[in-house]
Design a protein around this ligand. Structure first.
Ligand code: ATP
Ligand code: MG
Length: 443
């Protein structure tokens, strides 16, 4: 992954090492030099985005090299023990001055600002975190935040509408964190309230009926890694209070147990609700929210990502082509409607629509149709629900396509599951393709 480069020139070896460590945390690739000649050699080896230059070096003045560095494209910050007017650097207008002794926070501000400028200038040249497609500015900002927070041990709360990629973001945080342990995902809404505590913290043998042996919970399973608590507002408030304590102490107690177990787990939580409203409704404890929201990552809805819609559609099509060994293309005629659809189900809705259109298209062109009768997005891919008043034909088509999707295009298994003949499946597909879809498309 491409990163901005930094050269630290100072005869104080300790300072050079400290600055390089800071720079590493701020995503720079940092090199050090301890003399003017060392700096010259470094310059001959390559260009640097940012140079921290000491003035008084054992073999001359750092000021002598500033112009050369600037000509090579570097931004130069002068590190000096005395005020600019006394060192003669005041006449170099674009140069930043750092007075020694240099505080960590001053250095950090300088590096963060420089990183920000570099990131904007390279247009996200640092690449996207794993799993993401799209280069809209809104998403670039998301990538930037993921990159910054991933290597820290901060708890992260990811908020965003359904299908915006919260789980993708949680995995990306884990994968970019350098944590060697596993990524364990728990959907707090999918486990019965009374069982959630034992799922999370484990239980001792005999702690309740059916607890025939000791069981390690998700916290212990995620040791050394990341625990993703999805749909955090579905966790009962009493358990939220308990979770808060665990986050504070980094220790858990198994259900029915007495001793505490230390855990090294990074927690990432997510919700598709507005946290303020969830607090007002009493389903999210405010104290837990403050603890989880140590770092809050907000994922923008797809309708705010401009060209990402087409980029994702093309990428999904490409994946499908690879999977099915075909070379289909997105029909340009549907670009406009793709970009103007509101995408209530966000990226998940887009992916499903493209997949469906892919299955339906017999030629090389895939025409994605955004119908107002879309099924209501559901987190569980095996569920399909419709608004009252949806035409039966749409329901029928949807059920057929979703079942086909489920059986990966196997028409015999689809026919069997739906209780119709394979011939009927073919007939329906042809009918929908020839007429039905176009008629139901409002555009
Ligand atoms: N930027 C993206 N690029 C490509 N695929 C994406 C992107 N964002 C999300 N997806 C895909 O969209 C689908 C939904 O993503 P994900 O499950 O992470 O959403 P979510 O926000 O957790 O949704 P929910 O709130 O319903 O749980 C997944 O198939 C995921 O791989
Ligand atoms: Mg999710």
């Amino acid at each position: 992954m491409e990163r901005p480069t930094l050269l630290v020139v100072d005869d104080d070896h300790e300072f050079v090492e400290a600055a390089r460590t800071y720079a590493g945390l701020c995503q720079f690739e940092a090199t050090g030099a301890h003399s003017l000649s060392g700096a010259r050699r470094a310059l001959a080896r390559g260009a640097y985005y940012l140079v921290l230059m000491d003035v008084a070096l054992p073999d001359g003045s750092g000021l002598d090299l500033i112009e050369q560095f600037r000509q090579s494209g570097s931004t130069v910050a002068v590190v000096t023990g005395s005020a600019p007017a006394q060192t003669g650097t005041a006449s170099l207008p674009a140069t930043d001055y750092l007075l020694k002794p240099l505080s960590g926070s001053r250095l950090e501000t300088l590096l963060t600002d420089a990183y920000e400028r570099w990131y904007l200038r390279t247009g996200g040249g640092a690449g996207r975190p794993p799993g993401f497609i799209g280069d809209s500015p809104a998403m670039k900002w998301v990538y930037h935040q993921i990159r910054r927070v991933a290597p820290t041990d901060a708890t992260v709360l990811i908020v965003g509408e359904s299908g915006t990629g919260k789980e993708v973001a949680a995995r990306a945080v884990h994968e970019s964190s350098g944590r060697g342990g596993p990524f364990v995902a728990v959907n707090c809404g999918a486990v019965a309230h009374e069982l959630l505590a034992s799922h999370l913290f484990g239980h001792e043998r005999g702690s309740f009926t059916g607890a025939v042996r000791q069981h390690k919970g998700h916290f212990e399973q995620a040791e050394g890694g990341t625990l993703f608590l999805d749909e955090i507002t579905e966790m009962p408030p009493s358990l939220q209070a308990h979770l808060l304590r665990v986050l504070e102490t980094r220790r858990i107690t198994r259900v029915g147990g007495y001793g505490e177990v230390a855990v090294d787990v990074r927690v990432v939580a997510a919700t598709n609700r507005d946290p303020d409203k969830a607090i007002a409704a009493g389903i999210l404890r405010e104290d837990l929210y403050f603890r989880l929201g140590e770092f809050c990552l907000s994922l923008p809805p797809l309708r705010e990502r401009g060209n990402d819609v087409l980029q994702i559609a093309q990428a999904v099509l490409h994946q499908l082509n690879e999977r099915y060994g075909e070379s289909k293309q997105l029909d340009e005629a549907c670009w406009h409607s793709l970009q103007n659809h509101a995408w209530p189900g966000n990226v998940r809705e887009l992916r499903n629509l493209v997949h469906r259109a892919y299955i339906m298209s017999s030629g090389r062109k895939v025409r994605v149709i955004c119908s107002p009768y879309q099924p209501v997005p559901a987190a569980d891919a095996s569920l399909v629900s419709f608004r009252v008043g949806t035409p039966l034909e749409v329901v029928e088509r949807e059920m057929l396509l979703r079942t086909l999707e489920h059986f990966r295009g196997d028409k015999s298994r689809t026919a069997q599951a739906l209780g119709i003949s394979v011939k009927t499946v073919y007939n329906h597909l042809t009918r929908h393709q020839d007429a039905g879809m176009e008629q139901l498309d409002p555009a």
